[in-house]
Design a protein around this ligand. Structure first.
Ligand code: NDP
Length: 468
């Protein structure tokens, strides 16, 4: 979202002693302090319509076998009224409420009460207590990284239930999908509202709070940077990882079980991305979600509703339309997905390795090219950092997003060409990542000033060399 940084920022001295007026960020590289009309209009649009967009997609599957135009055509031609569609929508049920409460409580317990043991025996896995990045106010938070463990235990229990215990049917998520949507919305709104109140009255780190003076913008984009309850319950890490991403594979497993029940075969390609997220959860501490975004409705509601409901549309679609791909189509999709995943993983790894070793590493077998840079946090501390100009970070400034987009397209293509609905994911990801790219560059330009200009001169394209 377009945003203005705080005006009248004092000039800062860079490490080499040269005054750098564009680096004069004094810790103001984070979220906006002032909101322009376009940002405000986008925020109000999303607050009003995003819940209906989710409802529309899920209802179209439930009532129109995933034909996106079905409800509109029926209403326009007089075959159905909005009240008819609403009357056919399952309401919230006691069973769904109990299920959802149990699920969230179980994830809270796994997150807060079980220190990580995976890092003790999995070679190469970084878990346990890890540090996040320096916040604009100069704070470094500590995190308990145990997402892989939570994911493994949750899935172990899922498979134990499916094959041994039979406590519940593996189709339970699919069977309660719309009643659970209401529960997810209740949690999403509750947590966003709580985060807003907490930001005003009892913030975790008051110096990292931002107030724009606009209620809607504050509600959506958040006030607190890293809200916490107690020492360890971090809202961003929990809500993105647990109700959001642990659920991702479980939901697809439940859809797969339903597919098996209805059509006696299964299609699924989501798991690699999810396991990758938890294997690299420490790396997540250095991503834009944690280093830039404040915790508001965008992350709170988004993690509870948008992510689990819209990122799994392909799986839901396949329950209604079991697609049998031809061998060349399947091989093409698999190759696209694998190449995309390779770029995504290697690009993210290159940056992570480079930052962890302070540039003392090899990228594509060579000593990396570096741009030295510096910035100031709000406590006046001068910090030193480096930008990588080698590997994928020398090809384009966000080539990791290209890999992600290729993988996303592969998930969609696995659903064949019968309907538009499963392609929502790639359309959304293209918009999200292009917007994120612009947002990140705005932030980096405010943070690093002329040093960032040196990087953009050395690597002129954002996503695709020669194009954008
Ligand atoms: P990045 O991992 O690209 O991180 C951007 C940050 O990295 C910048 O703010 C800057 O931070 C630092 N940086 C930028 N350029 C360089 C460089 N040349 N050398 C060293 N550091 C640099 O962005 P995200 O956090 O958005 O994404 C992480 C991954 O998550 C991506 O692969 C993305 O595709 C994926 N993703 C997936 C989403 C989904 O919904 N499926 C949503 C969003 C992201 P600093 O201040 O530290 O310098």
């Amino acid at each position: 979202m377009a945003a203005k940084s705080q005006p009248n920022i004092p000039k800062a001295k860079s490490l080499d002693g040269v005054t750098n007026d564009r680096t004069a960020s004094q810790g103001q590289w984070g979220r906006a302090w002032e909101v322009d009309w376009f940002s405000l209009a986008s925020v109000i649009f999303l607050l009003l319509f995003a819940p209906f967009i989710v409802y529309y997609f899920i209802m179209a599957c439930d009532q129109y076998s995933c034909a996106l135009t079905g409800p509109v055509v029926d209403i326009v031609t007089g075959h159905a009224r909005l009240s008819d569609i609403w009357a056919k929508t399952p309401p919230i049920t006691r069973k769904a409420a109990q299920l959802y409460t149990l699920w969230v409580t179980f994830q809270v317990l796994l997150y807060t009460s079980l220190p990580d043991f995976c890092h003790k025996f999995l070679p190469g896995y970084v878990g346990g207590i890890q540090e996040g990045a320096v916040t604009p106010a100069g704070v470094v938070n500590k995190y308990q990284i145990n997402g892989l463990q939570a994911w493994l235990l949750t899935h172990l229990l899922w498979f134990a239930n499916a094959h041994l215990l039979s406590w519940f049917s593996p189709t339970i998520i699919f069977d309660n999908w719309i009643p659970l949507l209401w529960c997810a919305n209740i949690l999403g709104y509750a947590v966003s509202t709580f985060a807003m109140v907490k930001g005003y009255f009892f913030p975790t780190s008051a110096r990292d709070c931002k107030f724009t003076g606009n209620f809607f913008y504050n509600y959506m984009m958040g006030i607190e940077f890293n809200p916490r309850i107690g020492k360890w319950f971090d809202f961003k890490l929990f809500f993105n990882g647990r109700p959001g991403i642990v659920a991702w594979t479980l939901i697809n497993l439940s859809f797969a079980a339903k597919q098996r029940e209805l059509h006696s075969h299964v299609t699924n390609a989501m798991a690699i991305y999810v396991i990758d997220f938890f294997w690299n959860e420490t790396w997540y501490l250095k991503t834009i979600d944690i280093c830039h975004d404040h915790f508001g409705w965008y992350l709170g509601w988004g993690d509870c509703v948008w992510l689990p409901y819209l990122y799994t549309l392909q799986g839901l679609y396949l329950v209604y339309h079991p697609v049998q791909l031809s061998t060349p189509h399947a091989v093409g999709v698999l190759l696209l997905g694998l190449v995309g995943y390779y770029i995504f993983r290697v690009a993210n790894h290159q940056k992570d390795l480079f930052r962890r070793t302070d540039g003392r590493c090899l990228i594509w077998g060579r000593k990396p090219k570096v741009i030295e840079c510096s910035y100031t946090s709000a406590d006046g501390q001068r910090h030193h950092s480096k930008l990588l100009v080698s590997g994928f970070w020398g090809v384009a400034r966000h080539f990791n997003y290209v890999g992600d987009l290729m993988g996303s397209l592969a998930y969609c293509l696995a659903c064949g060409g019968g309907h538009l609905l499963p392609y929502f994911y790639i359309i959304y990801m293209a918009i999200l990542l292009t917007h994120r790219c612009l947002r990140d560059e705005h932030r980096c330009a405010s943070k690093y000033g002329r040093d960032w200009e040196r990087y953009t001169a050395a690597v002129p394209y954002r996503l695709l060399p020669g194009i954008f």
